[in-house]
Each structure stands twice: as C-alpha cells, then as structure tokens.
Design a protein. Structure first.
Length: 166
C-alpha cells in the first residue's frame, strides 16, 4: 500500500514536468489523488478503527500519513489519528470532484479509471466513518447524477461478461 502512496505522491509532485496539456495534467492529478485516497481509505478501514468507538475498551488507531515525497529512510512517522486520515482522504477527493477535467464517469471512455462518481462514492464512505451522515447522503445522491446506477437484475446474473460495465 505504501509503495502506491509514495508513487502517487511522486506523481502529484512531478506531473507538471511531463509537458502535457492542462486538461490531461488535471485529469492525471485527480487520478493520482483518487488512488492515494483509495489506498488510505483501505488502510484506515483495516487499521484505523471503526465508527462509534468500537467494542468496549477499543482504542482507535490510525496509520502513518504521508502526503509528500520522501525517501525510504524518512518513513518513520507514527500513526496519525483515524480522523486525520479520513480528513486527508476527503481533501483529496474534494479536489477531484471540483476539477472540471475529471470525468463524471468512465463507463464509455477510459473504462475502469477513476471518475467523479467514484470519488463521490468513496468520499461518502469516508463521511460515514466520521459519522457525518448528512454529507455522506449528499455524496451518495451525486453518484447517480454522474451516470452510475444500481443493478436491477438477479444477483446471479450480475456475474456475466455481458454485464461487465454494470
């Protein structure tokens, strides 16, 4: 996970050197920030604790939070709080959502790459962990506005090649 975090930090710090169009630069920056947010979201779900404090005596942890390019010997941070990690996830996803060159969805072009719809869904989950249900609900509503919907068929039929993009 931290290999990906460090790769995305490197991309965020150095994409401006690649000599690409502004539109492509902004889309790639959003993709890097989305990936970093997704990795930290996974790490925080596994190691950072659960909403509502967890079982009796549970002490929520967190994970080391690296948001800048560093060398291997600088990887010595202790745990950031779970809340601090969620706030970093939300900040990255908010940047993605606010970018005009980040596509609403990737169902027909650049299939499988990050999109605003995916960013809204992931940010909504982060809000859920922070117990900010109003913002979570608002983000989940935006997912459908980005062109995504719910599967309406039978569960067993979902796992078919013809339904790859559903």
């Amino acid at each position: 996970a931290y290999t990906t975090v460090h790769a995305t930090n490197d991309a965020i710090a150095n994409l401006h050197r690649a000599g690409m169009s502004q539109e492509k630069y902004e889309r790639y920056m959003c993709e890097a920030k989305f990936l970093r947010a997704w990795i930290y979201s996974r790490l925080n779900k596994i190691y950072g604790g659960m909403p509502s404090g967890g079982p009796a005596g549970y002490k929520p942890g967190g994970v080391p939070l690296y948001l800048e390019v560093i060398s291997e010997d600088q990887c010595t941070k202790g745990q950031s709080s779970a809340e601090e990690v969620w706030k970093a996830v939300i900040a990255d996803l908010t940047d993605c959502i606010g970018c005009v060159n980040f596509p609403d969805n990737t169902l027909t072009v650049n299939y499988g790459r990050p999109s605003k719809g995916a960013a809204y869904a992931l940010r909504g989950m982060a809000y859920m962990y922070l117990e900010d249900y109003q913002n979570a609900a608002a983000d989940f509503e935006k997912v459908s506005e980005c062109g995504y919907g719910f599967w309406t068929g039978k569960y067993i039929d979902f796992f078919n090649y013809n339904n790859e993009k559903d």
